[in-house]
Design a protein. Structure first.
Length: 437
């Protein structure tokens, strides 16, 4: 079985290394040896250290490599939308199986890849696109195929989890924690994709598509990052027995008309310390799946890095190679449900709202009236002097309110009205609360 490898960076180099080190075992598992037919790179002459590969295999012509008759499987670890989409569509239409780690492409235009795979009768595998080496996507699309999944909640970005974990452990602010993550190599020089939630949103789209048999794209995912999370938010979460995580949440449920829909969102949220995801620290990933028959399932491990991602890539390579030898094909895309994606405003959430208010009689009544007008029920209220100082007529006070579950649109409208009250000096922070309700 001959492979065309597109990309030889951090992940691609690990794929080459593992192919070399485990060649005998991989051949035994597949029933035939795996050979690299060629490696497409930007610069052929670049120094790649002691990588165990013949330099003559490198090429700057990926399409020419893909079109070769002696290529059986195409492995793509370049990333990005184009030209990766063109390469993979070409391979799939030609009947060549594809293994990719490209979460951005799958979330942006997975439909084009699945359609090309169906047209060419080829396999499309992408376990490495979400949560690194954690076996997650195949259980969703194969092991749990006989069950009904109702909800998937996950920590799927290691950079943001490291930052929030550091803020929780040390009391540092966002900027300090980000600087530490950068120094340790957890954050890129430009961390925008991670800290603004783009990476997690792409993964959420892939998870929702598999869990709910519906095509969900990145544009369908409500996305918020962690840049506005403060040390005060983390301290407030601790006071409630909670911690803050950037969560991807995909849930099945009925809309206002009673029709079955899906909701997919990524945002920071407080979760109780008793929640299984609360103890996931450092740069680890974890996904919590709730199914009707199987119940609650947890998938945990390192979600990024060259070796873990290469492990997932090779697992897929073994699967597609065995299929080709057997003249078989894996189950095609399952998108029969075709459920509508529910707007964020209809998602049922809880809010933690911190207000800086005037410390005078009637303030709490006025604030509670705003919640009542929007049919939002208050669960708890905590009040104290601003900054912990002495309270007095005309001074400010902190007011922390946690709501019961309500539509997100009603909660957002409540916050907008609160910002307009003259007794509210500022809305210091707004965070959603998940789990434990």
């Amino acid at each position: 079985m001959r492979l065309a490898l597109l990309g030889c960076g951090t992940v691609g180099s690990e794929v080459v290394r593992l192919l070399h080190e485990q060649s005998a075992d991989l051949a035994a598992r597949i029933g035939a040896p795996l050979e690299i037919a060629g490696i497409a790179v930007r610069r052929v002459g670049r120094d790649r250290g002691d990588l165990p590969v013949d330099p003559d295999l490198f090429t700057t012509d990926p399409l020419g490599l893909i079109k070769r008759d002696d290529v059986d499987v195409v492995v793509e670890v370049v990333g990005g939308i184009e030209p990766a989409r063109t390469w993979l569509v070409e391979a799939l239409r030609a009947g060549k199986s594809v293994v990719t780690a490209n979460k951005a492409l799958l979330a942006e235009d997975g439909a084009a890849l699945h359609d090309a795979a169906a047209e060419g009768g080829a396999d499309l595998y992408y376990e490495a696109s979400v949560a690194g080496a954690i076996p997650l996507l195949r259980p969703l699309r194969e092991s749990l195929h006989g069950d009904r999944i109702n909800r998937v909640t996950g920590i799927v970005n290691g950079t943001t989890n490291f930052i929030l974990s550091a803020m929780d452990a040390t009391g540092a602010g966002f900027a300090e924690a980000l600087e530490e993550a950068t120094e340790l190599g957890y954050a890129e020089a430009d961390p925008t994709a991670d800290v603004e939630g783009f990476d997690a949103a792409a993964k959420a789209a892939i998870l929702a598509s598999l869990a709910f048999h519906t095509r969900v794209g990145a544009a369908d995912v409500h996305r918020e990052g962690i840049t506005e999370v403060t040390a005060a938010d983390v301290a407030s979460a601790k006071a409630m027995g909670c911690t803050i995580k950037l969560l991807c949440i995909a849930a099945r449920g009925a809309d206002a008309a009673g029709r079955e829909t899906v909701s997919v969102r990524v945002h920071p949220a407080m979760i109780p310390l008793t929640h299984p995801l609360a103890s996931v620290g450092d740069a680890f990933n974890a996904v919590f799946v709730e199914a009707e028959a199987a119940g609650q399932l947890m998938f945990y491990g390192r979600g990024a890095g060259g070796a873990p991602t290469a492990s997932a890539v090779l697992g897929d390579v073994v699967a597609v190679a065995r299929n080709r030898l057997a003249g078989a094909r894996a189950a095609s895309e399952s998108a029969y449900a075709d459920l509508a994606v529910r707007p964020m405003g209809e998602a049922l959430t809880r809010y933690h709202i911190s207000l800086d208010v005037a410390d005078r009689p009637g303030v709490l009544e006025a604030v509670a009236g705003v919640f009542a007008r929007h049919d939002v029920s208050i669960a708890t209220v905590r009040q104290g002097p601003a900054g912990g100082g002495p309270a007095g007529q005309g001074s400010d006070a902190d007011l922390v309110i946690v709501t019961h579950v309500a539509p997100d649109a009603a909660l957002a409208a409540t916050v907008r009205e609160l910002r307009g009250l003259d007794i509210v000096r500022s809305v210091a922070s707004v965070l959603r609360v998940e789990g434990g309700q």
